[in-house]
Design a protein around this ligand. Structure first.
Ligand SMILES: Nc1ncnc2c1ncn2[C@@H]1O[C@H](COP(=O)(O)OP(=O)(O)OP(=O)(O)O)[C@@H](O)[C@H]1O
Ligand SMILES: [Mg+2]
Length: 245
C-alpha cells in the first residue's frame, strides 16, 4: 500500500509487509519516515491511498471495531483522574471484553502491585508506561501495536523495561508491530527488524533475527547478539546516509 496526505507526495510508498500470527516485527527508520502513520493505518485510524491493509482477514477498521487490536503510543495516554488499576479497567469497559486479564493481577505481574491505587501523577514515567502497556493488552488483543512504548526513558530504566517487555510478550505472544529508535531494543524483542527509508518511506531491509530467547542484554551479551546489533546498525546507517542524514 501507499499513503499520501491530500495532494502531497507519497509518505509511504509500495509497502508490502506480511506479519505472521505471533510474530514480532520491529520497525526502525529516521524520524518522519512514516512509522507512526503505518501503525495508524494498521489500527484503522488512517486510510490507504493505494492498496489495502488486511488485519486478521478483514479490513483494519473492522478488526479494530472487533476490539482485536491493542495500541500503546509513546506518551502514556492515561486518564489523570483514574488510578492505575482503573485506567487498565477502562480498556475492558471500552472494548466490552470481560474475558481478558484481571487488571489488578496484570499490574502485579508488571511489578506495580504496590501502586494499584496510585493516580498517574503519583507514578514515575516508567511506571506510567507500564500501566499504558497493560491497558493495551489487558483485553488480550490478537494484534498489538506499540509506538515507541519505551521512549522518553533513561537508558537504565529502558534496559530493564525492555527485558520486562520481552517477558510479557514472550508469555502472551500477540502478533506485534513495534516502532523503536533503539537497535538493541529491536534485536532483543523482534523476530524481524524492518528498516524504512524515507521520502518516501519504503522498506529498505527486512532482516530476520535468529537468536535464542531469552536474549539477555544485562549480563554479558553473546557474540551472536552483538553481531546482530552490528549488522542491523550498519544497514540502518546505510539507509540514513542514502537519505541525506
Ligand atoms: N495528518 C497528517 N497530515 C499531513 N502530513 C502528515 C500527517 N501525519 C503525518 N504526516 C507526515 O508524514 C510523515 C511521516 O510522519 P510519521 O509521524 O509517520 O513519522 P515517524 O516515522 O513516526 O517519525 P518519528 O520517528 O519522528 O515519530 C511526516 O513527514 C509527517 O509530517
Ligand atoms: Mg512516530
Amino acid at each position: 500500500m501507499s499513503k499520501r496526505f491530500k495532494a502531497g507526495p507519497d509518505i509511504l510508498s509500495r509497502i508490502h509487509l506480511a506479519v505472521a500470527p505471533g510474530e514480532l516485527v520491529a520497525l526502525v527508520g529516521a524520524s518522519g519516515c512514516g512509522k507512526t502513520t503505518l501503525l495508524r493505518m494498521v489500527a484503522g485510524l488512517e486510510s490507504t491511498s493505494d492498496g489495502t491493509v488486511e488485519v486478521l482477514g478483514t479490513t483494519a477498521a473492522k478488526a479494530c471495531a472487533l476490539r482485536q487490536v491493542g495500541v500503546a503510543f509513546q506518551r502514556a495516554a492515561l486518564v489523570p483522574s483514574r488510578t492505575a488499576v482503573e485506567n487498565v479497567q477502562l480498556t475492558l469497559t471500552i472494548t466490552g471484553k470481560s474475558s481478558g486479564h484481571d487488571p489488578a493481577q496484570l499490574l502485579r505481574e508488571f511489578g506495580l502491585g504496590d501502586h494499584l491505587n496510585a493516580y498517574p501523577h503519583q507514578l514515575s514515567g516508567g511506571m506510567q508506561q507500564r500501566v499504558n502497556i497493560a491497558a493495551a493488552l489487558v483485553h488480550q488483543p490478537q494484534i498489538l501495536l506499540l509506538d515507541e512504548p519505551l521512549g522518553a526513558l533513561d537508558e537504565i530504566t529502558r534496559e530493564s523495561m525492555t527485558e520486562w517487555l520481552a517477558g510479557v510478550l514472550g508469555r502472551t505472544r500477540p502478533t506485534t508491530l513495534l516502532v523503536t529508535h533503539s537497535v538493541e531494543e529491536a534485536v532483543v524483542l523482534a523476530d524481524r527488524v524492518v528498516i524504512l527509508s524515507r521520502y518516501p518511506g519504503q522498506i529498505a531491509y527486512d532482516l530476520s533475527v535468529d537468536l535464542p530467547r531469552p536474549r539477555d542484554i544485562w549480563g554479558k551479551p553473546s557474540e551472536e547478539f552483538q553481531a546482530t546489533v552490528r549488522r542491523v546498525r550498519s544497514h540502518l546507517h546505510a539507509v540514513l546516509r542514502a537519505t541525506g542524514l
